[in-house]
Each structure stands twice: as C-alpha cells, then as structure tokens.
Design a protein around this ligand. Structure first.
Ligand code: PGA
Length: 248
C-alpha cells in the first residue's frame, strides 16, 4: 500500500515569522496523523526556524531546490548537505518554475536527483506538460522524456517521489479533471514499471496544479494518485489542513 503525501510548496512566500506561524498551525492540525505523510517546503531562509517548530512532529521538511555539488564557489546556490543540516528530508527538483525561469535542463534535473539521493535526501521530481504541448497531443511524449531524463542512471526508486504537475494547472485555478490526471499518472506508473519492474508499483506519484480542499477528494480517489503537491492552497493553514482532512 502506498502511503499518501500532501506536500505544501510555499514557493517564494512567507517571512520567517510567517513561516513559523504557519508551521506551528500545521503541526497542531496534524498531531497524531498516521495514515499519510505531510511535508512543508518553506523558503530557504525559514528552514531552520521551521525545523525548530516541527521537531517532534510528524511533519517533514522539504527544500524547494538545491544545487548538485556539496560545496564550493557557486555563489547563490545551496547544497544538499546544507539542506540536510537544516533539517530537510525531501527536496523538490525540477519544478516547472525552475525549468521555465531558471532554465533547468533535463540534465541539470538529473544531476540534482542523483545528488539528492546520494546525500540521503528524497527528491520530489516534478514533470508536466504545458498547455501548448497538451493541445498538440504530446503530453505523454513530454512526460516520458522528463521522467526518463530525471531518472537516467538511477537504479532504485525507493526514495523517489514523482509529482505530475501540468504547467497549465499551476496557479491558474484550472485543475486537471481527475480522469485527465489519472491518465498521466497511469502512464507514468506503466513507464516506471517498464524501466524498473514491479517495484515501481510502490512509487508515490503526486498530482499538483490548483489543488484545493474542494477538489482533492475526487483526485485522491483515482487509482494512481498518491497525494498532492500544493502551492497556493498551502499558504493558509485552513486550506492546507482542509486538504489533509480529506485524505483517506
Ligand atoms: P498551485 O501550485 O497549487 O498554486 O497550483 C502547485 C505547485 O506549483 O506545486
């Protein structure tokens, strides 16, 4: 049985004080939760403070990005060792905003996934097509390329989480319909099984893109949707806890 994950990607939002307040409410609202995993991804500046709040809770911490070297002359970058040191368990890699605004290539995403795993961080690898790609009917080709690219040279998926996030659904309110999302999740699952064999049946595949407490129930009912990566709705405790309260 795959254990669900609800992960809140705070993106470039929240001061340290705001992050601490939100983390505290999430901690209180998820006390005793056993059936799934809750993850928050604060901005780098708040990681340490959020960790202090969440110590002893069941809520795990993710970083939103990392570099693929341990240390050195890479001005402005943050290394996986630093993220572990700051209390991260997970790291989001290859988010479409990184691919778009920071020109992350398949190769960079792959280097980051490899380095995260080598450092003991669990990557949440984001893939998904743009609306133009969906309209051209090449969604599966795009997702195939992104999944294969990200996982190239990786022989075990035990610590890997995939997030299918159609770019047209991110921050737009245009959530994919549950069957639309399930089609791609099923495609990803079959692809992973083709590459890795039946162990890939255990990989968690999250859906992301305009998830709210009002649409999560139908999404999570789909066979291959194992949770959600939530942006906007994770910035308010009631929205985020509302999603968690709907999980099976
Ligand atoms: P959204 O963002 O929930 O605001 O659409 C999701 C994401 O980018 O991970």
């Amino acid at each position: 049985m795959r254990k669900w994950i609800v992960a809140g990607n705070w993106k470039m939002n929240n001061t340290i004080d705001e992050s601490v307040a939100l983390a505290r409410t999430v901690k209180e609202g998820t006390a005793g939760l056993k059936n799934g995993e809750v993850v928050v991804a604060p901005p780098f500046t708040a990681l340490q403070s959020v960790r202090e709040i969440l110590t002893g809770s069941t809520v795990a911490i993710a970083a939103q990005n990392m570099y693929f070297e341990d240390k050195g002359a890479y001005t402005g970058e943050v290394s996986p060792l630093m993220l572990k040191d700051a209390g991260c368990t997970y790291v989001i890699i290859g988010h479409s905003e990184r691919r778009k605004y920071f020109v992350e290539s398949e190769e960079t995403v792959n280097l980051k996934v490899k380095k995260a795993l080598a450092t003991g961080l669990k990557p949440i690898v984001c893939v998904g097509e743009t609306d133009g790609e969906r309209n051209k009917g090449i969604t599966e080709a795009v997702v195939n390329r992104q999944v294969r690219g990200a996982l190239d040279g990786i022989d075990k998926l035990d610590d890997v989480v995939i997030a299918y996030e159609p770019v047209w659904a991110i921050g737009t309110g245009l959530v994919a319909t549950p069957p639309q999302a399930e089609d791609v999740h099923d495609f990803i699952r079959r692809l992973l099984v083709e590459i890795y064999g039946c162990a890939a049946a255990d990989v968690r595949i999250l859906y992301g893109g305009s998830v709210t407490k009002d649409n999560i129930t139908e999404l999570i009912a789909m066979e291959d949707i194992d949770g959600a990566l939530v942006g906007g709705a994770s910035l308010k405790a009631d929205g985020f806890l509302g999603i968690i309260s709907k999980m099976p």
